[in-house]
Design a protein around this ligand. Structure first.
Ligand code: FMN
Length: 336
């Protein structure tokens, strides 16, 4: 059975990719993911703001030490160095890339436009097979316009593309007025892949303690529908590879995303929940389903249920919406 897949111009042994998560914070974690069979691993993101905070803290500690102890600087030689955090990341990347035979993709979350390019170049030099730009940006300032937000995505991409020769994927949010146009503009600006979508950490409120509850929650399979819709709509309409991320809990979601037209399907929550070895279970499920349905390669099934190129996506979605609501009125939800 042929599971091999092209993603970002890279040859992968199958379409399941471990997306950025704490599982790839160690070489051993990356090795476990590769041993479980994934086609590629995206390392957890290098977060520029976190590194800056660490560097500031370390610098303060070094200063305090200078006042207190003559030999203090020798206690903090590396810690006081702004580059320490990135070097730690690059060292992991280099060791992980050497330890496994599948592509290891570096991921960046920068906070200043120039920094993305510098980090991307360093990641390429450390053995990254590709770069994923984790553009996690919620325009909370009501004065920021949609066009400005879009332009900042394009600016980051342009600077990174100028700095590296390896492929570059953009992980973006679904919250644009015209997500399709944003995808097309990123495609035209040279994005080698689009990762749909970033999952925002929306805070909750605890009414008992009157506190805001923050934190990372793992996804559920019900969350696949938004990325599934956009993968189906963008298939065949952009040249960039399409990666689906969010809600892969079992082989069923992996299969749905492939049918919608994803080149690769990423998983984080399920692998965190069940362990990296669960990748093998997802791939076994895909093989079992393909065998049952008579498919011999993923190419045969990829995009079978995408929105046909030439069809008007807006009219189709509107038609589906009206039909679904009419059906729900009459049968699905009888009023008790
Ligand atoms: C604990 C945790 C940490 C994550 N860290 C990162 C990260 O460093 N960079 C990134 O781009 N995405 C990160 N993500 C997002 C995942 O890569 C993924 O896109 C998202 O969780 C949706 O996929 P899933 O439903 O399979 O979890 C993280 C997710 C979780 C749950």
């Amino acid at each position: 059975m042929e599971l091999s897949t092209r993603y970002l111009g890279l040859d992968l042994r199958n379409p399941l990719v471990a997306s950025a998560s704490p599982l790839s914070k160690t070489v051993d974690g990356v090795r476990r993911l590769a041993d479980a069979g994934v086609g590629a691993v995206v390392l957890y993101s290098l977060f520029e703001e976190q590194l800056r905070r660490e560097a500031e803290l370390n610098a303060r500690m070094a200063e305090v030490g200078t006042d207190s102890f003559a030999e203090s600087l020798s206690y903090f030689p590396a810690a006081a160095d702004d580059d320490h955090g990135p070097r730690r990341y690059l060292s992991l990347l280099e060791r992980a890339a050497a330890a496994v035979s599948v592509p290891v993709i570096g991921s960046i979350n920068g906070s200043t436009p120039g920094s993305w390019a510098g980090y991307a170049r360093s990641m390429q030099d450390s053995g990254a097979a590709a770069i994923e730009l984790n553009i996690y940006y919620l325009p909370g300032d009501p004065h920021v316009s949609g066009r400005d937000v879009e332009q900042s995505h394009l600016d980051i991409l342009a600077r990174v593309k100028d700095a590296v020769t390896v492929p570059v994927a953009v992980k973006l949010s679904p919250y644009f007025s015209a997500t399709g146009e944003m995808a097309r503009r990123l495609d035209e600006a040279g994005a080698d892949g689009l990762v749909l979508f970033n999952r925002f950490l929306q805070p909750d409120i605890d009414p008992e303690t009157l506190t805001v509850v923050r934190g990372v929650s793992l996804s559920t399979a019900a969350e696949i529908r938004l990325p599934l819709t956009w993968i189906a709509l963008l298939r065949g309409r952009v040249g960039a590879s399409l990666a689906a991320t969010t809600g892969v809990e079992s082989a069923a979601e992996l299969i749905k995303y492939l049918l919608a037209g994803a080149d690769v399907v990423m998983s984080a929550s399920a692998l965190l929940r069940h362990g990296p070895e669960y990748a093998a279970v997802l791939l076994d499920g895909l093989r079992e389903w393909m065998e049952r349905k008579g498919y011999t390669s993923v190419e045969e099934l990829r995009g079978l249920l995408a929105t046909p190129v030439g069809a008007d996506g807006t009219t189709r979605e509107r038609g589906n919406y009206v039909n679904a609501l009419r059906h729900a009125d009459s049968t699905d939800y009888p009023i008790p």
